[in-house]
Write a protein that binds this ligand. Sequence first.
Ligand code: ADP
Length: 450
Amino acid sequence: MLLLLNTYPLLVSEDLVFRSKATNLQGSVSVMVNALSGLDRLTEESVSGAMSVAAEAGLSRILVTDAAGRVLYDTRETGGAVGSVALYTEIVQALMGYDAFSCTYRDGAFRSRASSPVLYRNQIIGAVYAYEYDTEQAALLAGLQGNLLRLSAMVGGAVLVLSLILSKALTRKIGRLLTAIRQVREGAYSHRADIRGRDEIAQIGQEFNSLTDRLQTTETARRRFVSDASHELKTPLAAIRLLSDSILQTEAMDPETTREFVADIGREAERLSRITEDLLRLTRLDSGVLEPPAAVDVLPVLEQVLRMMNLVAQEKGVDLTYSAGEDCVVWAARDEIHQVIYNLVDNAVKYSASGGSVQVALFREEDRTVRLTVSDNGAGIPEADLPRIFERFYRVDKARSRAAGGTGLGLAIVSDTVKRRGGAVEAANRPGGGAVFTVQWPGWEGRTSG
Ligand code: ADP
């Protein structure tokens, strides 16, 4: 842009000066040619007579030659060319019958030359040549050039300073971001990038910070999960060791006690396998590998679970009932649905006191959502624990859960399974006491009733 600014206006002005010079100089030459055109022959005397009235002031030099190019008149006082032959290009062209003009701009001056033939009865009898040496307009042009250069230098300098400042600010921000990324990569998940402003880099910084937030949350959850899982596995293992050590170290243990101890070992082993099964199930859910979905009618699955659970409920003195609407078809896998219903009903029975009742309801809503509710009239869940109830290994009452054979993973499996298929699960307390769990699956669109 600066290059263009420094050349284009100058070229245009130069061209304008050339044009005006051409008109002016050729005009002057034709005035002189007119003055000479009354003569039938050009001689030194006749020419100086005619030129004394016609010669234009302001021109640097005027020459008049005869048809052979010999100079008859020259305005230059010292070193005039009168008598010698002037073979300037313009004069030669004029003697051949053409008007000639040339102009150059060099060394701070415009040098323009023009010449025309002098005719007598259509015969070329000589030529008039004028030369102008102009420094005034050249000075104007040089001034313009100087101004443009100064302006360009100012603009260039300002752009340079501005881009230096900008790039400094930019690299400082990028540097901070890089430091933050490196720190987090090294494991300092609590480190945040401190980048102020509203530009893109600041936005990247904010995005990075929220990414780190998530990373920190995930990392904390992962650590807690690993420590919880090892703790959960440690407890039954410790019990098994204790029991087997007792059997081994007690001499002459009566068979009754031995049987009891071995039965305890069996129970602990069963608990271990329940925990590992649940952990495996969660790991599969985490890996995102799902069974291919199909249209599953939930009612037969529910009935199957309830047939199984009725025995347990009866044993505990819990009344287990259900009601169901039609067309409760969801797009999922049968085993998943089975697992979800089983875990919820199992909990409801487990946490109900003897004589309690558990109701299961299955309905399809207007918007095709399939809704399953499992309610009991047990102790319910303390409000403070409600938001955390679906976390892995979270239990309101650890001892009670363990005693009831719980792993603390049942609801986590329910929640993850349902969410993987685009559904939702919710826990609440019933006004009259007891807990109610609600599962919603997006209904299968393909089915039309009837
Ligand atoms: P657990 O194997 O301990 O039952 P869950 O993940 O199934 O693990 O449930 C987590 C905790 O939620 C339980 O330990 C229990 O405290 C509470 N809970 C679950 N269902 C009920 C319910 N129907 N009534 C009361 N508390 C419940």
